[in-house]
Every structure is written in C-alpha cells, then in structure tokens.
Design a protein. Structure first.
Length: 276
C-alpha cells in the first residue's frame, strides 16, 4: 500500500507544482488543481476498494492520515474556485465583507466541532478505532449531512472531518491574505521593488534556493506546496528569486558539488560546537 501511495503522491505533487508555477489566474489554477486531485482521489479509491488492510493499525493510518492528506487539497482547490467565482467585482469594502463571511463560516465550522478538532490536533489516539475504522457508526457523526453521501467501503466516521480541518487551515490563510491585500489597497505583499542592499538574507540566491529545496525535500513545512514555500521565503527574507523552479532544480542537479551551502552550514555549526 505505502509504495503505491508514495508513487501516486509524487506524481500528484509534481503536477500540482507545475500548475502552481505556470498558471497565474486563480480560477484556472484552482480548476486545474481540482481536476488533478480529483483524478488522483478516484485512483486512490479504486486501489483501496480491492486492497485488504494488514490490520486495524494500517486501516487507521490510512483513514486518519493518508486519505485526508489527499482529500484536503481537493477540498481546498474546489472551495477556492467557488469563492473566486462568486467574489464581488465591486469595491474593496464589498470584497472584504464577502471574504470575512467565508472566514467566519470556517470559524463556525471549527467551533461546532471543537472537541474533535482538539482530539485530532493533540495527537490523541484513544478514540481512533471509532473514528477511523470502517463500519463503526457513531451517532453524532452519523447525523452529519455529508455522511449519507459517503461510500462506507471508503469512508469512516471522521476521515472527512480531518480533511476539512486541514483544508480550512489553508483556506483561512488564503482568505486572510486576500483581506490583507484589500486593506493595502490591492497592492500585493512582496510586489514592491526590493531594496538594492538586501538586509535580511546575506548569502547568495543560489544558497537560498539550495536551502529551500532541502526544506521541501525533507518535508520541514509539512504538505505546503513548493511554490507557496518559495513565495513565502522570498517575502520573509526580502529577496527575489528565479521563479522557474524546474530550471533551478536542474541547475542544482548538475553541480559538481551538489550541496555546497548545506555543507558550509554543517561545518560552521560543528566548529561552533567544538566538534571540528
């Protein structure tokens, strides 16, 4: 199971990264992302319907961790598409009101399910057999409106809730960012001209690119897409990098010394620790 899912995730991540880096229009980007993730989700379902879990622990792992991490990005992209399709074309105030309503709806969803949100975020496991094994009906979950729409062979009481929690985290960040843009009269953060003298990042651009790709490869920031991490780091460190990620990775691959900056960091830390 793990091998199949790992390969599927790599394929999906590569396609999403390509969409995020090549498409500026949010409607086209969210629609394309939805299509890729919807196709992958169907492939995952087809695989699981003929797969026999080794034990309850593996089944819980799938429905508590693996399936929600495929599903939440699909929820996110579909919701972004709907939000932007219905976003007012009027002035900033009307748009802010609209976006704040969407943000309030997310907060209301979380508040109504606070006990489960706390259970999930705390890493608790004592209710996992009820929440994440198939065929275990919990009255509270059963009364959820979406419950009747789920395939009992591919669903548990709470895997959708986990996906929704993760999707809402990303949606909240997106909505708050859009509201902040409107508060700044529509000027995108990071769209200003960067100062001639960079005061934050004192290394080279190539060194920062090496660092970003190492963070992404190690999953240091979780499931954040590389394109989003790339933009975030540029804003935080007040620097503008080459936006062609494929070309950047290609340049890293052909270097004689593959990780000179990471090697330099390691040597510097070892010297400081008195280990070199």
């Amino acid at each position: 199971m793990i091998k199949y899912i790992t390969n599927l995730k790599k394929e999906v991540d590569a396609r999403i990264e390509q969409i995020e880096s090549s498409e500026d229009n949010i409607l086209k980007r969210s629609l394309a992302g939805s299509q890729v993730l919807g196709e992958a989700f169907n492939r995952l379902k087809t695989f699981i319907l003929i797969y026999t879990f080794k034990n309850e622990e593996e089944e819980i792992l799938f429905f508590k961790d693996i399936k929600p991490k495929f599903c939440y990005r699909l929820i996110y992209y579909r919701k972004i598409f709907n939000i932007e399709m219905n976003r007012p074309l009027a002035g900033f105030d009307a748009q802010k009101e609209y976006l704040n309503k969407e943000l309030n709806a997310i907060n209301e969803y979380t508040t109504k399910r606070l006990d489960f949100v706390r259970y999930y975020r705390s890493g608790s496991t004592h209710m996992d057999s009820l929440y994440f094994l198939r065929g275990r009906v919990d009255t509270e979950q059963y009364l959820e409106t979406f419950y009747y729409e789920l395939d009992p062979k591919f669903s548990t009481n709470c895997d959708f809730k986990v996906a929704k929690i993760l999707a809402n985290d990303m949606l909240s960040a997106y909505l708050m960012h859009e509201i902040e843009l409107l508060n700044n009269n529509g000027v995108k953060i990071g769209s200003f001209c960067f100062p001639a003298v960079k005061k934050t990042w004192m290394g080279s651009k190539a060194e920062l690119q090496e660092q970003i790709f190492s963070w992404d490869s190690a999953g240091t920031f979780g499931d954040v897409p590389l394109t989003q991490l790339y933009d975030y780091i540029q804003n935080v460190f007040n620097i503008q990098l080459d936006g062609n990620l494929s070309r950047t990775l290609g340049d890293l691959k052909i270097r004689n010394v593959p990780t000179p900056f990471l090697d330099k960091l390691k040597d510097a830390l070892l010297r400081r620790m008195g280990r070199k």
